[in-house]
Design a protein. Structure first.
Length: 514
């Protein structure tokens, strides 16, 4: 790495094959705090040093009432009822691969689950609620608005489909399954269906959900592994700040008329950089060989790929997206100079139908990126998924008995014209780290701070929705007396990490400890 300087890049994109990239249904992003672009960020920046804002902050446990998403309904103040729906794909296995008595093949099944939880302590605990004898009514629609007459409803189906025997039914949870072949029968075509359910409790209450969709088919054959059915779209750009990152996206489009299974490992997408357009030459940098920046007198850390096999299923005409985001400081390190590089993405997909299973690599030339020197400090405000995070800290002076307190605030504002959801751990919405220099604060992976709050945090996220232009203030108060004596007096540079979904790292300003 050449000092603290980072980069500027020209956007490069490419498209291989014919067709339009559809909506992405999944993204892997190991650095979720990277700032996103393309949102309305015209709202005036709020100065958190304004005492009128700082002195009206709410306590951490006094966040707005939980606003559940489409698969969660509140049943009282702290009890949630979660409804999940998923299409379990058809499969076929060799008899030697399953225990005796287990099925070796199955057509597609639609699984519906309901669970009730108490969140009083910030953690999920099962909660005893009784369901009715027929606990779930299922409806399928062909339109996302779920208006008009449903394409199929369990309320008008034969008994075995109107109320299938639950796979599990106890106080607090129920699971049911519907065979898709029987749902579609001879009248409904294969395609994407949008789900709506009514969950009935024993006391007569009914909870209605409208969430999720899936491609349903009566075809009993498992999803295809035909790689010739796939088309690829790729782009690479440097984006964000604090840190700037090289973000590479590969979209995989299913151009066939069948479901296609994508099977891959934890490091399916890699990136190569070349010094010339001759990408048959040796790459000057390979992402699979990257390591975190190592520092003197600090125990080394390493990246590693886990060994699990992951699977996604892509419907006809749909797409899936693989994303690799890498801090530029790890790319340049101490060897690569600033300048122009040609980018090639390498996507590795497996085929478990072959024994031993095979891994196939697809190289996708993307284009040119230009790395130029540019400062990259940790920002005090950043926007992620339309949510703008702005942080600041100050000392709140107390009396002789209570002493002074360092108060860190993070103002979260929805800059979009539509509601935006976020999840926040109620007990620790903000974690603050203290550093002696901006270089230590801004480094990634982050150096161990001189001091941060040491208690554990229950990681159950409470879900909220911010209306357009609505804000919520998160805060953390730390008594000055808790700062260890070994840290000493002087100037500290603070880093605020909002631990929710999305998460964000922002500079929280400077504190002088007398």
């Amino acid at each position: 790495m050449r000092g603290s300087k980072l980069l500027r890049v020209a956007l490069a994109t490419t498209c291989i094959g014919v067709g339009t990239l559809g909506a992405a249904v999944f993204e892997d992003n190991p650095f979720p705090h990277v700032a996103s672009t393309g949102v309305n960020d015209s709202l005036p920046l709020v100065d958190l040093r304004d005492l009128r804002i700082l002195d009206t902050v709410r306590l951490p446990g006094d966040l707005p009432p939980e606003r559940p998403d489409s698969n969660v309904i509140l049943l009282g103040r702290d009890t949630i009822v979660v409804n999940t729906i998923s299409a379990r794909q058809a499969y076929s296995v060799r008899p030697s691969e399953v225990p005796p008595g287990y099925p070796t093949a199955s057509a597609m099944v639609l699984d519906v689950g309901v669970s009730v939880h108490d969140t009083t302590q910030g953690l999920l605990h099962s909660f005893p609620v009784r369901f009715s004898d027929c606990p779930v009514e299922l409806r399928l629609y062909r339109n996302s608005s779920r208006t008009g007459r449903p394409a199929w409803s369990s309320s008008t189906a034969p008994d075995s489909l109107a109320c299938p025997r639950p796979l599990r039914n106890d106080e607090g949870a129920v699971n049911l399954s519907w065979p898709v072949q029987r749902l579609l029968a001879d009248s409904l075509p294969a395609g994407r269906y949008f789900f709506s359910t009514s969950v009935r409790l024993a006391d007569g209450r009914a909870l209605r959900y409208s969430q999720n969709s899936a491609y349903l088919t009566a075809d009993p054959a498992p999803p295809s592994h035909d790689r010739s059915a796939l088309q690829y779209h790729a782009s690479s750009e440097v984006s964000g700040h604090g840190p700037r990152t090289l973000r590479t996206r590969v979209g995989v489009v299913n151009a066939s008329r069948r479901l296609v299974a994508l099977e891959y490992g934890s490091c399916a997408l890699n990136v190569r950089l070349f010094k010339s357009s001759d990408t048959s030459s040796r790459a000057v940098w390979r992402s699979e060989s990257r390591q975190p920046r190592q520092r003197p007198h600090v125990a080394p850390v390493w990246y590693a790929c886990t060994t699990e096999l992951r699977t996604r299923t892509v419907a006809p005409g749909d797409s899936d997206v693989f994303v690799l985001t890498i801090p530029i400081s790890e790319i340049l390190a101490d060897s690569l100079p600033f300048g122009r590089y040609w980018v090639v993405a390498d996507l590795a997909l497996d085929n478990v139908e072959i024994r031993p299973f095979q891994t196939y690599h697809t190289a996708i030339p993307i284009g040119v990126v230009v790395f130029g020197a540019e400062p990259d400090p940790m920002p005090q405000s950043r926007t992620i998924n339309g949510l703008r995070y702005t942080a600041s800290s100050r000392i709140i002076h107390g009396d002789a008995q209570n002493g002074d307190t360092v108060r860190t605030l993070v103002l979260v504002t929805n800059t979009r014209e539509v509601p935006v959801s976020l999840g926040i751990p109620r007990e620790c919405p903000v974690i603050v780290s203290w550093y002696r220099s901006t270089a230590d604060r801004d480094s990634l992976p982050s150096l161990e701070p001189l001091w941060r709050e040491g208690k554990g945090c229950p990681w159950h996220y409470r879900n909220f929705v911010l209306a357009p232009r609505q804000s919520v203030t998160l805060h953390s108060d730390k008594p000055m007396r808790e700062i260890p004596a070994s840290a000493g007096t002087g100037r500290y540079y603070l880093l605020a990490w909002t631990t929710g979904i999305p998460s964000a790292m922002v500079s929280a300003g400077v504190i002088d400890v007398p």
